[in-house]
Unconditional design. Structure first.
Length: 295
C-alpha cells in the first residue's frame, strides 16, 4: 500500500502543538463534539469558543493545525483523528495531571510470603506489591491520571485491571497496544540485564518490544495466559470468569511460583493453573507460545 501524502516528522508535529492558542483551538473543537462524532464549527463560532482575540492571529494558528490535527470542510472545521487523539490526551491529563493514591490493603495475599497485598498510584504508575517485608512487586503499570481520579477504591482496581489485561492480551498476540505496530517477544535468560532483578515475585521475564514505536515492557510468562482460550475455558468450567478476576490475585499470573522451566534444548516451560482443586498445565516454547494445555 502506498500513500502520496507527505508525512509530518514527529518533532514537527510536536512543534505544531507547542502553542497555547493552538491547544485552545483543539480543546474548543473537542469540547463541542459528542463521543464518536467530531463536531464541525464555522470559523466565527470556533474562534468564539476558543476565546481568541484577533481574527488574523486566530486564522494564522488555525492554518498551522490544518492538514494534521484539524480538517476544513464546507461547513467549517473539525478535528482529524490525530487531533482527536491529542484532545483525548489533554482530557486524560496524561502529560499534565499529578495524582497520588496512598497505599491501601487488598483482599489478596502476597504470593511469596503470605502477607497482605497493597495497591498504590503515584507518578502515573499503578502498583500492586507485598504489604510486608519481602519486597515482591506483582504489577507496575502506567494508567492515565484521569482514569483513576474520582473513583472509589474498587473502581480504581477495576480500571487498572482492565487496562493491564487488555494491553497484555494484545502483546501476547504480537500487536503493540500503544500504536498497533508489530510486537516481538522473547524470554530473557536468567542472567540478562533487566530492571528490578531482585523482585522475588518474578524469575522468568518476557521482554516485549514494538518494531514501530520502540515501546517496551516486561511481563512474566503466566501473565500472558489470563486471556488464553484454554485458561478461560478451564475457569469457566468451574463457573468463574477469570478475566473479571484481578490479575494480581491470580497466583499463576502474578508470580513465578507456579512456573517451571522443563527443558533448555529446545526451551520449554510449564505454568500450573489451579482452580478449586483442579490443575491445568500449560506448556510454552520460547516464543513464548502455548504449545499444549493439559488438565
Amino acid at each position: 500500500m502506498t500513500d502520496d501524502t507527505e508525512s509530518l516528522r514527529p518533532d514537527d508535529a510536536f512543534t505544531l502543538l507547542a502553542d497555547g492558542t493552538r491547544i485552545k483551538i483543539i480543546r474548543a473543537l473537542g469540547d463541542a463534539s459528542t463521543p464518536g462524532v467530531p463536531e464541525t464549527l464555522p470559523f466565527a463560532e470556533l474562534r468564539r469558543r476558543a476565546d481568541i482575540s484577533g481574527s488574523g492571529r486566530f486564522n494564522y494558528h488555525l492554518g498551522k493545525l490544518e492538514g494534521q490535527f484539524v480538517e476544513e470542510t464546507e461547513d467549517g472545521y473539525r478535528l482529524s483523528y490525530p487531533g482527536v487523539r491529542v484532545y483525548q490526551a489533554i482530557k486524560a491529563g496524561t502529560f499534565t495531571d499529578r495524582v497520588r493514591i496512598d497505599a491501601f490493603e487488598l483482599d489478596a495475599d502476597c504470593h511469596v510470603c503470605g502477607a497482605s497485598q497493597e495497591a498504590a498510584y503515584d507518578d502515573s504508575m499503578f502498583r500492586v506489591r507485598c504489604g510486608g517485608d519481602c519486597g515482591a512487586v506483582f504489577y507496575k503499570y502506567f494508567c492515565p491520571p484521569s482514569s483513576l481520579t474520582e473513583r472509589e477504591r474498587e473502581g480504581v482496581l477495576r480500571a487498572a485491571n482492565e487496562r493491564i489485561q487488555r494491553e497484555i492480551a494484545s502483546m501476547s498476540k504480537g500487536v503493540c497496544p500503544w500504536c498497533c505496530g508489530r510486537m516481538t517477544s522473547r524470554v530473557l535468560p536468567p542472567d540478562a540485564e533487566m530492571p528490578h532483578r531482585d523482585n522475588p515475585a518474578i524469575e522468568h521475564r518476557v521482554l516485549h518490544t514494538c518494531d514501530t514505536c520502540d515501546g517496551a515492557i516486561y511481563t512474566r510468562l503466566g501473565g500472558l495466559l489470563v486471556t488464553h482460550p484454554a485458561v478461560v475455558s478451564f475457569f469457566y468450567d468451574h463457573g468463574i470468569d477469570v478475566t473479571r478476576r484481578h490479575v494480581w490475585s491470580l497466583p499463576f499470573a502474578a508470580s513465578d511460583e507456579r512456573t517451571s522451566i522443563t527443558g533448555t534444548d529446545p526451551w520449554r516451560a510449564t505454568v500450573r493453573v489451579e482452580c478449586e482443586g483442579d490443575t491445568l498445565r500449560v506448556r510454552l516454547d520460547d516464543g513464548p507460545s502455548v504449545i499444549e494445555a493439559e488438565r
